[in-house]
Design a protein around this ligand. Structure first.
Ligand SMILES: NC(=O)c1ccc[n+]([C@@H]2O[C@H](COP(=O)([O-])OP(=O)(O)OC[C@H]3O[C@@H](n4cnc5c(N)ncnc54)[C@H](O)[C@@H]3O)[C@@H](O)[C@H]2O)c1
Length: 329
């Protein structure tokens, strides 16, 4: 079984090569180019391709893969919004993904962002480097006995509820479905109540038509003054212009973002030598209480191992013709 691995970064190679020891029948070739209609023909002679969130798995790409007898697209991520599933079905190309590899990885990053924004650790680090040992501008507040409001209590939101509970916080949540595993320490409330009562608000629901821009100027006005807002889910949940307005209104003690609108061209790229087409990060980072990272919530050793393991298991299931819960249809 031969897999062509697109958009390979060094850390991908490391995690897949060490996991490959447990999958002796599989051979992987890694290339730097991402999968798109121009690069799809490189998969000639491979049984499957391995792609990621940024790959272009459109109808054109799939048609070329089909012409070169590639039978499966193995997504090494949970999402598949970049795959034309109806075309894949028409061409009988199997699409598989890795749902929920390490919820704790993302939830721990969400809490890290909350702590950094609250205690201004990003500022403190730079101050001490400059021999400025003063504490001005660094005051935060205790999370202990404050209220954490978690929006979306699936796998990652549930992990965030457990972390906040461990901090001694009162945990409230909003979701369209209640998670029974959280009933002992989480109180479900309406979205408006969660917005109004939380000292720390963390977003963990998917980006859907119904959730796009759920954080806008109206919802921001409903929040407590001095709230900390964290988004590790999808940038489109927050209307950036309204967030900027809310920050200017001094609504937030801190804002921590691992995702933001217009991030697509930036994610995982070193663009330090370029003039960027959008000023959204610069605008947000001009505020002292904003901390931004670039979609690294998932990026832990454990998560990468889990991604590699499940992707290679998916490859075996494809080869054997076994059905799998990781099939995307
Ligand atoms: N930053 C990262 O690196 C990273 C990595 C993985 C996932 N994510 C993001 O995290 C999100 C959550 O992932 P997950 O694995 O916990 O997903 P999940 O499917 O387990 O949970 C999502 C939860 O959101 C709830 N939900 C749906 N619509 C809602 C609404 N309108 N209001 C409130 N809740 C709603 C669902 O009922 C579900 O409980 C993903 O959608 C993804 O965008 C980010």
């Amino acid at each position: 079984m031969r897999i062509l691995f697109y958009d390979a970064k060094n850390y991908d190679k490391d995690s897949f090569q060490s996991t490959l020891e447990n999958f002796p029948g599989i051979e992987i070739e890694y290339i730097k180019s991402d999968l798109d209609p121009r690069t799809a023909a490189l998969a000639e002679g491979f049984d499957a391709v391995c792609a990621f969130v940024s790959s272009d798995v459109s109808a054109r790409t799939l048609t070329i893969l089909h012409q070169h007898k590639v039978g499966a697209v193995l997504m090494r991520c949970a999402g598949f919004n970049n795959v034309d599933l109806s075309k894949a079905k028409e061409l009988n190309i199997r699409v598989m993904c890795v749902p929920g590899y390490s919820p704790e990885a993302v939830a721990e990053h969400a809490m890290a962002l909350a702590l950094v924004a609250n205690r201004r650790l990003h500022k403190a680090y730079n101050k001490v480097r400059e021999n400025d040992f003063s504490l001005s501008g660094l005051m935060g507040f205790n999370f202990y006995q404050k209220t954490a409001g978690i929006i979306g209590t699936g796998k990652i939101g549930a992990a965030m509820c457990r972390i906040c509970h461990g901090f001694g916080m009162n945990v409230i949540a909003y979701d369209v479905y209640e998670n029974p595993a959280l009933k002992d320490f989480v109180t479900y409330k309406s979205l408006d109540e969660v917005l109004a009562e939380s000292d720390l608000l963390s977003l963990h629901c998917p980006l859907l038509d119904t959730t796009r821009h759920m954080i806008n100027i109206d919802s921001i006005r409903k929040m407590k003054d001095g709230v900390i807002l964290v988004n590790t889910s999808r940038g489109g949940l927050v209307k950036t212009d309204d967030l900027v307005e809310g920050i200017r209104m001094k609504k937030f003690a801190g804002v921590g973002l691992d995702v933001y609108e217009e991030e697509t061209n930036n994610v995982f790229e070193d663009r330090s030598e370029e003039i960027l087409e959008s000023s959204v990060t610069a605008r947000l980072l001009s505020f002292p209480n904003v901390m931004i990272t670039s979609h690294q919530g998932f990026f832990t050793r454990e998560a990468l191992e889990a991604i590699a393991n499940t992707t290679l298991q998916n490859a075996l299931d494809f080869e054997a013709g076994n059905p799998s819960t990781n099939d995307v249809k």
